[in-house]
Design a protein around this ligand. Structure first.
Ligand SMILES: *Cc1c(COP(=O)(O)O)cnc(C)c1O
Length: 228
């Protein structure tokens, strides 16, 4: 008997990637620029975690997926202050807390909404003017104030290596992020327990997992090339 061709290649790719992951790693499907039907296809293979870069795009897709139970939404792109409320309404996780200012704003609004989102601090392990994220020295300086934000669950770090990095540099960046989380944990801040590492995309996720990633954010590998 010959195998019949799959009618759901996205589900097949989700199944194949998920089968290879250690149980400690959460797979987040990034269907940005793809339609809601792509998320529906991945859902059929059991995926429940989805990441979006843009608040408005996520809201539009969520409106088409209200029949799906148990979805967890992750904001992975830079958040502008004026979208903070919408982000809290529509996401369970915010991986891209990239300044003390946005963290403080999220905390204030989360308090008013009686929400407590899980958050990662996005950090630039090497200077990268093209990217959002805390510079290392700014992150260290902000820790005492971040520790005061009672309505955010700050549970990890997120990092994205600069585009032009070699694989050796990418590996070093992920290992340094893992060590940074440990160093921060050793400071004894009562509210900062960084057990999550959001790192790894389609081009580098095996390296990220080897360095201790707990959340990989995969777009192209699962959903194919993004429409321009
Ligand atoms: C687009 C995006 C991804 C997914 O990228 P791929 O290379 O397609 O896997 C992951 N993380 C962030 C922050 C993104 O913006």
């Amino acid at each position: 008997m010959t195998a019949s061709p799959s009618t759901n290649p996205i589900a097949d790719r989700v199944t194949a990637v998920a089968a290879e992951l250690p149980p400690s790693v959460r797979l987040i499907g990034v269907a940005k620029k793809h339609p809601a039907s792509a998320i529906r296809a991945a859902y059929q293979a059991g995926l429940r975690d989805f990441g979006e870069s843009m608040v408005q795009e996520a809201i539009a897709k969520q409106a088409e997926l209200t029949d799906l139970d148990g979805l967890t939404w992750h904001l992975i792109g830079h958040l502008q202050s004026n979208k903070a409320r919408k982000a809290l309404e529509h996401f369970d996780w915010i991986h891209s807390v990239d300044s003390l200012k946005i963290a403080t704003r999220l905390d204030t609004i989360a308090a008013a909404m009686a929400r407590s989102p899980s958050c990662c601090l996005q950090v630039k392990m090497v200077p990268d003017p093209a990217k959002f994220g805390f510079a290392l020295e700014d992150l260290w300086a902000a820790l005492p104030q971040l520790n005061q934000l009672e309505h955010l669950k700050i549970v990890g770090l997120m990092t994205i290596p600069p585009l032009e990095s070699s694989m050796a540099e990418v590996q070093a960046i992920f290992q340094q992020a893992q060590m940074l989380a440990e160093q921060i944990n050793q400071q004894g801040f009562d509210r900062l327990h960084l057990s999550e590492l959001s790192m790894g995309m389609s081009g580098d996720y095996p390296v990220a997992i080897a360095a201790g990633s707990t959340m990989i954010r995969l777009g192209t590998t699962l959903f194919g090339d993004r429409p321009a």
